[in-house]
Design a protein around this ligand. Structure first.
Ligand SMILES: Nc1ncnc2c1ncn2[C@@H]1O[C@H](COP(=O)(O)OP(=O)(O)OP(=O)(O)O)[C@@H](O)[C@H]1O
Length: 555
């Protein structure tokens, strides 16, 4: 059985490696040696900074606050001392390690932590609810810290915060599994796109090899990665490529994947979180209007008086945990389904034309449940008319889809092209912020933004302080407060969790931020909590946009 110490020591070795190839090789060698299937499953998730797979509803419910409390109890030092150490090291994990190092001499011999034991404790934390649960969480956490060696403390803390700082993204995990078990990367990836669980993929790869992975299928109530679109350069170009396109409105809402089978409906958001309990009216309506045993892909929009409400409102519904019926009245929802992935058989390899037929067969439309309207055309004029209609109706633009295209989970290819009215924006991770002045000193007033590099490291590209309403700032302050890792005068540093969509006037080269770029006149467009940190825009995309604006200005 693998000990957590062995895992932590391995992490401390790979943390220093920046070469992707070497990282992949080291991880491959490490996971190849893991005998126990549960250990392998957990290690894969832990390396990516996850305790449960992303679609799992369970959460351990431990944030920065409880970690501070547990550390205070275990080491007896004050909160301000911990804060000071976090400032010095820039990392709660390192701070915890240091504190425990200072304290360790006095601790008696403890039972060694295993990967299994750590996972069990996390599972127990996730089960807690109601009165006394926070206290119990702190107790479990202090137990963990007491049993851990300093180096284990570093990675336990980071794991709890979901931020391992190893530079290990999904691409590296895919290639490491491929290499460890001698299987082609594309086969590993396909299995992942269908199951969304690299832990399971690794276990099957080890036990059953390539054939096992090939046999992995979409399963009802387990999310499938969503197919994504590229931006259409122009209508003519798009039509030239597709000849004839299925043209649909790009509804301005939020993506959902709806699974209906065995009497149960499960709804996943764009980031594949289970949002079923926030959307009871959709659950009921699906049961009434949709044939059982299907997986559907669609867009939920909020509509009042026949007009779509801002996209933010839909996300508000997704986040809602209490007083859902009130929210249902204030923010009524409609779903437009545009694709079907499964009807007892996996349908993703069928051409869109045929999937669409099946989609129409399984849905009986109602006030709340609709099939997205679709026009098939090769005429740019028709596309333009549809585009204007969509914009007038308050939506984002159009989607142009190839009629013969399969459904390619997780791929952002040319089979779907989007045509939007507004200029390209960036989706960036909020990593820090600043408190306001005077009367607004209780509110956050600006936010530091970061993009990702190829290894998933976060690099700052600027600060945004405009585009917020007072209500936005109040809401955002509430949302970000629990994520504060430490404060430094007015500046705060957040655990990276949320993305902002920002518009800007120009991208500039600048030594001010680690990315080497800065945004000129950045403006907040909206919170994108339908996207995860791993989906933030990359340094590569920013560099590309930078080059493009150069070209459009004629050098
Ligand atoms: N008819 C439709 N077909 C497909 N996607 C649609 C449709 N209507 C609205 N959408 C939304 O548009 C998105 C397609 O664009 P893309 O795949 O690039 O997603 P994205 O990265 O969320 O980008 P964006 O910020 O443009 O929504 C889908 O994720 C979905 O949420």
């Amino acid at each position: 059985m693998l000990t957590f110490k062995e895992f932590a020591e391995f992490c401390s070795v790979i943390e220093k490696i920046s070469s992707t190839l070497e990282l992949t090789a080291r991880i491959a060698a490490f996971i190849r040696k893991i005998e126990d299937e549960d250990d392998l499953y957990n290690v894969i998730h832990f390396l990516m900074g996850r305790i449960f797979p992303p679609w799992d509803e369970r959460e351990i419910g431990v944030g920065v606050g409880l970690i501070y409390e547990a550390l205070r109890q275990v080491t007896g030092v004050s909160k301000s001392r911990i804060e000071q150490l976090v400032k010095e090291t820039g990392d709660l994990g390192l701070a915890a390690e240091r504190l425990l190092k200072e304290k360790k001499q006095t601790t008696l011999f403890q039972e060694e932590l295993t990967i299994k034991r750590v996972k069990e404790i996390f599972e127990e934390m996730a089960k807690l609810s109601g009165e006394g649960s926070q206290k119990r969480r702190v107790m479990l956490l202090t137990d963990l810290y007491v049993s851990a060696t300093p180096i284990e403390t570093r990675y336990l803390t980071r794991l709890i915060l979901g931020e391992m700082r190893l530079g290990v993204g999904e691409g590296i995990i895919r290639d490491a599994i491929a290499r460890a078990f001698g299987i082609d990367s594309s086969i590993v990836e396909r299995a992942y796109m269908l199951t969304n669980d690299y832990g399971r993929v690794a276990v099957v790869a080890k036990k059953e090899g390539k054939d096992g992975l090939m046999r992995m299928k979409i399963q009802l109530h387990y999310p499938v990665k969503m197919m994504l679109a590229q931006v259409a350069e122009s209508v003519d170009e798009a039509l030239r490529e597709m000849r004839e396109a299925a043209v649909e409105w790009k509804y301005d809402g939020s993506r959902v994947q709806v699974h209906y089978g065995n009497g149960k409906v499960t709804i996943f958001s764009r980031r594949l979180e289970n949002v079923t309990s926030a959307l009871p009216e959709i659950v009921d309506e699906v049961k009434k209007c949709v044939r059982e045993n299907v997986i559907l892909d669609g867009e939920v929009i909020a509509v009042k008086d026949g007009k779509p409400m801002p996209f933010q409102q839909v996300l508000r519904r997704f986040r809602r945990k209490h007083e859902i019926s009130k929210a249902m009245e204030r923010i009524p929802l409609i779903v437009y389904f545009f694709d079907i992935l499964y009807d007892g058989e996996m349908l993703i390899d069928l051409p869109l034309k045929e999937r669409r037929k099946k989609l129409e067969e399984v849905i009986g439309e109602s006030e709340i449940i609709k099939v997205a309207q679709q026009v098939i055309t090769s005429d740019p004029k028709v596309v333009e008319e549809e585009f204007n209609r969509a914009i007038e109706a308050g939506h984002e633009g159009l989607m142009l889809k190839r009629l013969d295209s399969p459904y390619t989970p997780g791929k952002r290819g040319k089979l779907w092209l989007k045509l939007k009215a507004v200029m390209e924006t960036l989706d960036l991770v909020v990593v820090g912020g600043e408190w306001g002045e005077g009367k607004r000193s209780h509110l956050l007033s600006s936010f530091e933004l970061a993009c990702r590099d190829e290894n998933g490291r976060l690099l700052r590209v600027g600060k945004v302080a405009t585009g917020f309403t007072d209500e936005d700032l109040e809401e955002l302050t509430e949302l970000f407060k629990p994520l504060i890792e430490y404060e430094e005068g007015k500046r705060v540093v957040f655990q990276p969790k949320y993305l902002f969509e920002v518009a800007y006037q120009e991208i500039q080269k600048s030594p001010k931020y680690e990315s080497g770029f800065a945004l000129r006149f950045p403006r907040f467009v909206r919170l994108r909590d339908d996207k995860s940190v791993e989906e933030a825009d990359t340094l590569e995309r920013i560099a590309k946009l930078y080059e493009m604006q150069f070209k459009s200005k004629g050098g």
